[in-house]
Design a protein around this ligand. Structure first.
Ligand code: CTP
Ligand code: CA
Length: 226
Protein backbone atom coordinates (compact mmCIF):
# COMPACT_ATOMS: atom_id res chain seq x y z
CA UNK A 1 0.00 0.00 0.00
CA UNK A 2 1.36 3.42 -0.87
CA UNK A 3 1.56 6.23 1.64
CA UNK A 4 -1.23 8.35 0.11
CA UNK A 5 -3.79 5.57 0.01
CA UNK A 6 -3.42 4.57 3.71
CA UNK A 7 -6.79 4.58 5.44
CA UNK A 8 -7.10 7.35 8.02
CA UNK A 9 -9.94 6.28 10.32
CA UNK A 10 -8.99 8.93 12.89
CA UNK A 11 -9.15 11.84 10.47
CA UNK A 12 -10.93 14.74 12.16
CA UNK A 13 -10.58 13.13 15.60
CA UNK A 14 -8.59 14.53 18.50
CA UNK A 15 -6.51 12.14 20.56
CA UNK A 16 -4.81 13.01 23.85
CA UNK A 17 -2.05 10.78 25.15
CA UNK A 18 0.07 11.00 28.29
CA UNK A 19 3.50 9.42 28.47
CA UNK A 20 6.58 9.01 30.58
CA UNK A 21 7.23 9.45 34.28
CA UNK A 22 6.62 12.48 36.46
CA UNK A 23 9.25 14.04 38.73
CA UNK A 24 8.41 15.20 42.22
CA UNK A 25 11.07 17.47 43.67
CA UNK A 26 12.51 17.41 47.17
CA UNK A 27 14.99 20.22 46.55
CA UNK A 28 16.70 21.75 43.46
CA UNK A 29 18.95 18.70 42.98
CA UNK A 30 16.78 15.74 44.07
CA UNK A 31 13.47 14.22 43.05
CA UNK A 32 11.29 11.09 43.17
CA UNK A 33 10.48 9.37 39.90
CA UNK A 34 10.05 5.90 38.32
CA UNK A 35 11.66 3.91 35.47
CA UNK A 36 9.14 4.87 32.75
CA UNK A 37 10.87 5.77 29.46
CA UNK A 38 7.73 6.94 27.62
CA UNK A 39 8.09 4.41 24.80
CA UNK A 40 4.50 3.13 24.99
CA UNK A 41 2.97 6.60 25.00
CA UNK A 42 5.18 7.81 22.16
CA UNK A 43 4.26 4.70 20.13
CA UNK A 44 0.57 5.46 20.72
CA UNK A 45 1.04 9.08 19.64
CA UNK A 46 2.95 8.04 16.51
CA UNK A 47 0.34 5.45 15.52
CA UNK A 48 -2.60 7.77 16.23
CA UNK A 49 -1.02 10.42 13.97
CA UNK A 50 -0.48 7.83 11.23
CA UNK A 51 -4.19 6.97 11.50
CA UNK A 52 -4.98 10.62 10.79
CA UNK A 53 -5.72 11.97 14.28
CA UNK A 54 -4.84 15.39 15.63
CA UNK A 55 -2.60 14.26 18.49
CA UNK A 56 -1.59 15.99 21.71
CA UNK A 57 1.08 14.24 23.76
CA UNK A 58 1.48 15.42 27.35
CA UNK A 59 4.88 14.05 28.25
CA UNK A 60 6.98 13.78 31.35
CA UNK A 61 10.77 14.05 31.01
CA UNK A 62 11.94 11.37 28.55
CA UNK A 63 14.83 10.95 26.09
CA UNK A 64 12.64 10.45 23.00
CA UNK A 65 12.13 12.64 19.94
CA UNK A 66 8.68 14.05 19.27
CA UNK A 67 6.82 11.78 16.80
CA UNK A 68 5.99 13.37 13.43
CA UNK A 69 2.81 15.50 13.33
CA UNK A 70 2.27 15.33 17.09
CA UNK A 71 1.91 18.33 19.40
CA UNK A 72 4.09 17.64 22.45
CA UNK A 73 3.31 19.40 25.73
CA UNK A 74 6.23 18.84 28.12
CA UNK A 75 5.50 18.69 31.84
CA UNK A 76 7.49 17.71 34.91
CA UNK A 77 5.18 17.05 37.88
CA UNK A 78 1.93 15.12 38.33
CA UNK A 79 0.22 18.42 39.12
CA UNK A 80 1.40 19.95 35.82
CA UNK A 81 0.22 16.88 33.92
CA UNK A 82 -3.16 17.16 35.68
CA UNK A 83 -3.56 20.80 34.64
CA UNK A 84 -2.65 20.23 30.97
CA UNK A 85 -4.82 17.14 30.64
CA UNK A 86 -7.89 18.62 32.32
CA UNK A 87 -7.55 21.74 30.16
CA UNK A 88 -7.41 19.77 26.89
CA UNK A 89 -9.99 17.13 27.87
CA UNK A 90 -13.32 18.66 26.71
CA UNK A 91 -12.33 18.77 23.03
CA UNK A 92 -10.84 15.25 22.85
CA UNK A 93 -12.38 12.15 21.23
CA UNK A 94 -9.97 9.54 22.61
CA UNK A 95 -7.80 9.87 25.72
CA UNK A 96 -5.10 7.35 26.58
CA UNK A 97 -3.29 7.60 29.89
CA UNK A 98 -0.10 5.61 29.53
CA UNK A 99 1.99 7.87 31.78
CA UNK A 100 3.47 6.49 34.98
CA UNK A 101 2.22 9.23 37.29
CA UNK A 102 3.74 9.50 40.76
CA UNK A 103 1.16 8.58 43.41
CA UNK A 104 2.95 10.63 46.07
CA UNK A 105 5.07 13.75 46.20
CA UNK A 106 7.14 15.28 49.00
CA UNK A 107 4.95 17.38 51.26
CA UNK A 108 7.61 20.08 51.30
CA UNK A 109 9.89 21.15 48.47
CA UNK A 110 12.94 23.11 49.59
CA UNK A 111 14.21 25.92 47.39
CA UNK A 112 17.80 25.38 48.53
CA UNK A 113 19.86 22.20 48.47
CA UNK A 114 19.44 20.16 51.65
CA UNK A 115 22.71 19.43 53.44
CA UNK A 116 23.26 16.00 54.93
CA UNK A 117 23.50 15.82 58.71
CA UNK A 118 21.70 13.09 60.65
CA UNK A 119 22.04 9.35 59.82
CA UNK A 120 18.33 8.99 59.13
CA UNK A 121 16.24 11.21 56.96
CA UNK A 122 12.49 10.89 56.64
CA UNK A 123 10.62 12.50 53.75
CA UNK A 124 6.97 13.09 54.41
CA UNK A 125 4.87 12.43 51.30
CA UNK A 126 1.36 13.38 50.25
CA UNK A 127 -0.92 12.00 47.54
CA UNK A 128 -0.98 13.52 44.07
CA UNK A 129 -4.27 13.86 42.20
CA UNK A 130 -5.42 10.74 40.34
CA UNK A 131 -5.73 12.27 36.88
CA UNK A 132 -7.42 9.27 35.26
CA UNK A 133 -9.99 9.01 38.05
CA UNK A 134 -10.87 12.67 37.52
CA UNK A 135 -11.20 12.11 33.74
CA UNK A 136 -13.55 9.18 34.43
CA UNK A 137 -15.71 11.39 36.65
CA UNK A 138 -15.85 14.20 34.08
CA UNK A 139 -16.36 11.91 31.07
CA UNK A 140 -18.86 13.01 28.44
CA UNK A 141 -18.35 11.81 24.83
CA UNK A 142 -14.71 10.75 25.24
CA UNK A 143 -13.44 7.19 24.82
CA UNK A 144 -11.16 6.79 27.84
CA UNK A 145 -8.34 4.25 28.01
CA UNK A 146 -6.18 3.61 31.07
CA UNK A 147 -3.13 1.49 31.73
CA UNK A 148 -2.39 -0.72 34.70
CA UNK A 149 1.10 -1.79 35.65
CA UNK A 150 0.90 -4.78 37.97
CA UNK A 151 3.25 -7.43 39.33
CA UNK A 152 0.70 -9.79 40.87
CA UNK A 153 -2.85 -10.76 39.90
CA UNK A 154 -2.83 -8.26 36.97
CA UNK A 155 -6.26 -9.17 35.64
CA UNK A 156 -8.08 -8.68 38.94
CA UNK A 157 -6.43 -5.32 39.67
CA UNK A 158 -6.93 -4.24 36.05
CA UNK A 159 -10.65 -4.98 36.14
CA UNK A 160 -10.96 -3.10 39.42
CA UNK A 161 -9.28 -0.03 37.87
CA UNK A 162 -11.51 -0.20 34.77
CA UNK A 163 -14.62 -0.05 36.97
CA UNK A 164 -13.36 2.36 39.63
CA UNK A 165 -12.05 4.93 37.16
CA UNK A 166 -15.06 4.68 34.79
CA UNK A 167 -12.91 3.69 31.79
CA UNK A 168 -13.94 2.37 28.39
CA UNK A 169 -10.88 0.17 28.18
CA UNK A 170 -7.76 -0.74 30.12
CA UNK A 171 -4.43 -2.13 29.00
CA UNK A 172 -3.01 -4.37 31.69
CA UNK A 173 0.71 -5.04 31.73
CA UNK A 174 2.32 -7.62 33.91
CA UNK A 175 5.55 -5.73 34.47
CA UNK A 176 7.27 -8.70 36.06
CA UNK A 177 6.98 -10.64 32.80
CA UNK A 178 9.96 -10.93 30.43
CA UNK A 179 9.78 -8.38 27.58
CA UNK A 180 7.06 -6.32 29.27
CA UNK A 181 6.91 -3.06 31.14
CA UNK A 182 9.40 -0.28 31.73
CA UNK A 183 12.06 0.53 29.17
CA UNK A 184 11.50 -2.42 26.82
CA UNK A 185 10.60 -2.07 23.14
CA UNK A 186 7.97 -4.79 23.55
CA UNK A 187 5.00 -5.54 25.76
CA UNK A 188 2.77 -8.44 26.79
CA UNK A 189 -0.70 -7.20 27.62
CA UNK A 190 -4.33 -7.87 28.18
CA UNK A 191 -6.85 -5.36 26.84
CA UNK A 192 -10.23 -5.34 28.55
CA UNK A 193 -13.08 -3.12 27.43
CA UNK A 194 -16.10 -1.98 29.40
CA UNK A 195 -18.30 -3.73 26.83
CA UNK A 196 -16.69 -6.99 27.94
CA UNK A 197 -14.28 -7.70 25.15
CA UNK A 198 -11.03 -9.28 26.31
CA UNK A 199 -8.02 -9.53 24.03
CA UNK A 200 -4.70 -11.04 24.94
CA UNK A 201 -1.77 -9.49 23.14
CA UNK A 202 1.30 -11.74 23.16
CA UNK A 203 4.83 -10.35 23.09
CA UNK A 204 4.93 -7.65 20.40
CA UNK A 205 6.49 -4.27 19.69
CA UNK A 206 5.02 -1.27 21.46
CA UNK A 207 4.17 0.23 18.04
CA UNK A 208 2.23 -2.89 17.07
CA UNK A 209 0.46 -2.90 20.43
CA UNK A 210 -0.33 0.81 20.06
CA UNK A 211 -1.88 0.12 16.66
CA UNK A 212 -3.98 -2.73 18.10
CA UNK A 213 -5.21 -0.61 21.02
CA UNK A 214 -6.24 2.21 18.67
CA UNK A 215 -7.96 -0.24 16.29
CA UNK A 216 -10.06 -1.59 19.15
CA UNK A 217 -11.02 1.94 20.23
CA UNK A 218 -11.96 2.86 16.65
CA UNK A 219 -14.10 -0.30 16.39
CA UNK A 220 -15.99 0.35 19.60
CA UNK A 221 -16.54 4.02 18.83
CA UNK A 222 -17.88 3.10 15.38
CA UNK A 223 -20.23 0.51 16.88
CA UNK A 224 -21.45 3.10 19.37
CA UNK A 225 -22.26 5.50 16.54
CA UNK A 226 -24.23 2.93 14.52
N1 CTP B 1 -2.90 7.51 36.95
C1 CTP B 1 -3.21 8.86 36.88
N2 CTP B 1 -2.90 9.67 37.94
C2 CTP B 1 -2.27 9.20 39.03
C3 CTP B 1 -1.95 7.81 39.11
C4 CTP B 1 -2.27 6.99 38.04
O1 CTP B 1 -3.78 9.30 35.88
N3 CTP B 1 -1.98 10.04 40.04
C5 CTP B 1 -3.27 6.64 35.81
C6 CTP B 1 -2.10 6.04 35.05
O2 CTP B 1 -1.70 6.91 34.01
C7 CTP B 1 -2.70 4.75 34.50
C8 CTP B 1 -3.73 4.36 35.55
O3 CTP B 1 -3.99 5.54 36.30
O4 CTP B 1 -3.39 4.94 33.29
C9 CTP B 1 -3.31 3.25 36.46
O5 CTP B 1 -2.09 3.56 37.08
P1 CTP B 1 -1.51 2.56 38.16
O6 CTP B 1 -0.30 3.15 38.80
O7 CTP B 1 -1.43 1.18 37.56
O8 CTP B 1 -2.72 2.49 39.21
P2 CTP B 1 -3.11 3.38 40.45
O9 CTP B 1 -4.54 3.76 40.26
O10 CTP B 1 -2.14 4.51 40.68
O11 CTP B 1 -3.06 2.34 41.64
P3 CTP B 1 -1.77 1.62 42.31
O12 CTP B 1 -0.52 2.33 41.86
O13 CTP B 1 -2.02 1.73 43.78
O14 CTP B 1 -1.82 0.19 41.79
CA1 CA C 1 0.13 4.24 40.73
Amino acid sequence: QTEYSKPQPLKGKRVLITAGPTREKIDPVRYFTNPSTGKMGYALARQAALLGAEVTLVSGPVALDAPADVRVVPITTAQEMYEEVIHAYPEQDIVIKSAAVADYRPKLTFDHKMKKSSDDYVVEMERTKDILMELGQRKEHQYLIGFAAETNDPERYGREKLAKKNLDAIVINNVSEEGAGFGTDTNVSLLITRKGKDQEFPLMSKDQLAHNILSEAIDEIKKGEE
